[in-house]
Design a protein around this ligand. Sequence first.
Ligand code: HEM
Length: 142
Amino acid sequence: MLWIKAFHIVFVASWFAGLFYLPRIFVNLAMVPPASVAERERLLLMSRKLYRFTGILAVPAIAFGLWLWLGYGIGRGLGNGWMHAKLFVVLLVVGYHHACGALLRRFERGESRRGHVWYRWFNEAPVLLLLAAVVLVVVKPF
Ligand code: HEM
């Protein structure tokens, strides 16, 4: 079980590395002057590759989590409110991941109208989600 947990943590950390960095590239994309076509294309290429790779990392992160939950029964049954709360946080993380994909497609179509400050705030959301998930699973407050 500890091996599964170790791999769960490694893939969760790698998944979040992508979720932290991708919106950081969006901040840069939002600051590119319209005439800088090459710079925009390079940032778009970086975003596309990072989005694809981050999506691949999310699969084992979630699979190892499901294994711990359903396979080893950790957090199953009554009196495990922390696990239900954590599953809700995971749903939000998956939603955030999809939102990054939608924003990327908007950048690709040249339809993004939001400024870099908006993306800086958007970039803070995974920090709060990671904090919530780790506190729930380690402290188990309820
Ligand atoms: C947002 C994504 C996730 C984050 C940030 C995350 C974070 C963590 C961390 C840091 C641990 C280690 C806790 C410890 O040392 O005991 C852990 C364990 C665990 N995770 Fe996740 N996880 C995520 C997704 C999932 C998913 C999708 C599931 C299941 C559906 C899951 C189920 C579990 C279970 C059952 C444990 C073991 C808890 C225990 O030993 O008390 N996790 N998670």
